[in-house]
Design a protein around this ligand. Structure first.
Ligand code: IFM
Length: 481
């Protein structure tokens, strides 16, 4: 069998999940509610009224899941820690007591992974904020960032003897804008000024959290994961479309990259949003805190973004935004909602209705090569939802022939390879996701896993894409489709 292009020696092939999406056991071992418990229990917020109460039962089945990863030959596992398991009585003023049983769970998971030869990569915040903090203002309140750093220090102190990579935040864009402006994610607020305060406090949390991890685990790598967008104007010769792309690039990419990589907010973003807030929540010295050295930068990439100005001759009835939540929701695009439209691209789409263009992966990795020279890169998420069908194989066992997902992964891994060839220092790729899981506002209706989960029986079935991915990991080179 001929294989395709090879990756540099030592490249890491992993899979990723997040606590609320897979763990279940939401009342176990002292855990208190997160914003996603409350949001998903609110009628009308999640498709089908689904919640993460059981999810993949990963909290109790993690040993089985680690064994599965080992059988597939996966080399790393990116998982997140549920903050409400670690300090369940946190308040805006104080972290409160540490719940040892929560730490023990993650410690056992790390030990199990290491025993299986799988490297753990720990995300400290993948959206399950303790509800008590939200009740006092959530990410719009500065104290959330301060408590986050204390919590990060506790986790790094407990796991840092074995975990080499800590990722402070996953996709702060989603936490801030989908949670506080569009209201389609927890906590479901539609307050544009609060969303921008959340942006800053998440940036601050990254900075304070990085320092805290370094104090507790000086040997560990500290990283941040961003869902950067590859934003293009529909008509490159139209100044209005180019300006629309600049606005969205500012809100999605530069409002995070600016402070994290350079210690400054982009002037044009401050100007674009001046009608919403004066950014007075940015205090003297904050930007120095946000601007911490990065040991790695994580990119999550799924889909391209093409925009036009509402003044474009091609403008149609406005859509609120390229966030997959469709018309009707409030816009996440604070300060630009009335000025920019998202273009429905022709061509194949995933079950999320997301357009497919792997070139965005290459372009974003090359952008980071240039904007963050010397910082190793990781693709911390990439994958696709498709409406999988379970069939019975000749041996009577279930099979999922997900050729579309395999093709998606093949194309995107090739795009990573293109970036590596052009000098991007990419060290790892994590497929999203190991398992079908709770896809936030879409509940269990969208399946991103390379492993199928039967939610009735919790049976795991590796899909064809998992077998293909396993060959990729084994050979460190693209297998044929
Ligand atoms: O499921 C999510 C994940 O939690 C964050 N990144 C995008 C994935 C697919 O929507």
């Amino acid at each position: 069998m001929t294989t395709g292009p090879a990756f540099p020696a030592g490249f890491t092939w992993g899979s990723a999940t997040a606590s609320y999406q897979v763990e279940g056991s939401v009342d176990a071992d002292g855990r208190t509610p997160s914003i996603w418990d409350v949001f998903s229990a609110t009628p009308g917020k999640v498709v089908g009224g689904d919640t993460g109460e059981v999810a993949d039962d990963h909290y109790r089945r993690f040993r089985e899941d680690v064994a599965l990863m080992q059988r597939l030959g996966l080399q790393a596992y990116r998982f997140s820690v549920a903050w409400p398991r670690i300090t369940p009585a946190v308040t805006p003023e104080a972290l409160g007591p540490v719940e040892q049983r929560g730490l023990d769970f993650y410690s056992a998971l790390v030990d199990e992974l290491l025993a299986a030869g799988i490297e753990p990569a720990v995300t400290l915040y993948h959206w399950d904020l303790p509800q008590a903090l939200e009740d006092a203002g959530g990410w719009a309140d500065r104290r959330t960032a301060e408590r986050f750093a204390e919590y990060a220090e506790v986790v790094a102190g407990a796991l840092g003897d074995r975990v080499k990579t800590f990722i402070t935040l996953n996709e702060p864009w989603c936490s801030a804008y989908l949670g506080y402006a569009a209201g389609v994610h927890a906590p479901g607020r539609t307050e544009p000024a609060a969303a921008l305060a959340a942006v800053h406090h998440l940036n601050l949390a990254h900075g304070l959290g990085s320092r805290a991890v370094r104090r507790a685990a000086p040997e560990a790598r500290v990283a941040l994961t961003l869902n950067l967008a590859w934003v293009r104007p529909e008509d490159e010769s139209s100044p209005a479309d180019v300006d629309a792309a600049r606005r969205i690039d500012g809100l999605q990419n530069r409002v995070f990259l600016g402070p994290v990589l350079r210690g400054e907010y982009p002037a044009d973003v401050l100007e674009d949003t001046a009608g919403v807030t004066d950014w007075a929540f940015v205090r003297d010295g904050d930007l120095d805190v946000v601007h911490q050295p990065l040991d790695a930068l994580g990119l999550n990439y799924y889909s391209p973004t093409v925009v036009r100005s509402v003044t474009s001759p091609r403008a149609t009835e406005a859509r609120p935004g390229a966030d997959g939540h469709g018309a009707g929701a409030a816009s996440p695009w604070v300060g630009s909602a009335e000025l920019v439209q998202f273009v429905d691209l022709p061509g194949p789409r995933t079950a999320m209705d997301w357009a497919i263009d792997p070139r965005g992966m290459t372009e974003l990795l090359l952008r980071l090569r240039d904007e963050a020279p010397g910082v190793p890169l990781m693709v911390t998420e990439n994958g696709a939802a498709y409406p999988d069908e379970v069939e019975q194989g000749p041996d009577g066992e279930p099979r999922v022939h997900d050729a579309d997902r395999t093709a998606y992964l093949h194309a995107h891994v090739s795009a990573v390879h293109d970036a590596v060839q052009q000098g991007a220092d990419v060290r790892a790729y994590f497929v999203w996701s190991l398992l079908d899981n709770f896809e936030w506002a879409y509940g269990y209706s969208k399946r991103f896993g390379v492993v199928h989960v039967d939610y009735g029986t919790q049976r795991r079935t590796p899909k064809d894409s998992a077998l293909w991915y396993s060959r990729l990991a084994a050979g460190n080179a693209l297998p044929p489709l």
